[in-house]
Design a protein around this ligand. Structure first.
Ligand SMILES: *[C@@H]1O[C@H](CO)[C@@H](O)[C@H](O)[C@H]1NC(C)=O
Ligand SMILES: [Cu+2]
Length: 164
């Protein structure tokens, strides 16, 4: 009985946490990746975690995506050694925390678009300072993604409530 209650609690906790674990962000949402969109405004208020993905949608040949560093981003000067992504549906997994910079390398789109996006990827761990909640109606209970211990404790707490 005790074990069953615990397993039920785990299932409940996992259901609560699962939707917050890995997110897919479509850059520019329905606008996709094109000229004339403010991508910093799009990124504003979004929280990116390791394991999340960015999707760049655009017409093949019209644009591309190049990951650059901060200097290259400022100058809109893509490195000659990094081949751009050109599929029209480029999916990038955010593999490490820190700042990530992306630009379009076609023509002068980076300057004039401006087709440039910088995001700050957070480690998905409670060791990092807790981000301020920016998503009031989300219905989660404030458990950081990928934080096994938090939800294990939550599961334990729920199982105790069930058994009480
Ligand atoms: C960015 O990469 C360029 C090479 O394309 C390099 O010269 C420059 O030092 C790098 N800047 C930073 C901040 O890493
Ligand atoms: Cu472009």
């Amino acid at each position: 009985m005790e074990l069953k209650a615990f397993l039920v609690a785990i299932a409940i906790a996992a259901t609560i946490v699962a939707p917050t674990m890995a997110k897919e962000f479509v850059v520019g949402d329905n606008n996709g990746w094109k000229l004339g969109i403010d991508y910093q405004k799009w990124a504003d208020g979004k929280e990116f975690y390791v394991g999340d993905t960015l999707v760049f949608n655009y017409k093949v040949g019209a644009h591309n995506v190049i990951k650059v560093n901060g200097t290259e981003f400022q100058k809109c000067s893509p490195p000659l050694t990094t081949p751009p992504l050109t599929s029209g549906h480029d999916v990038i997994t955010l593999a490490a925390p820190g700042k990530k910079w992306y630009i379009c390398g076609v023509g002068n789109h980076c300057e004039t678009g401006p087709m440039k996006l910088v995001i700050d990827v957070q480690a998905g761990s409670s060791d990092a300072p807790a981000p301020s909640p920016s998503n009031p109606g989300s219905g989660t209970i404030g458990i950081a993604p990928s934080n096994f211990f938090s939800w294990a404790i939550a599961a334990l707490a729920i199982s105790m409530m069930i058994m009480a």
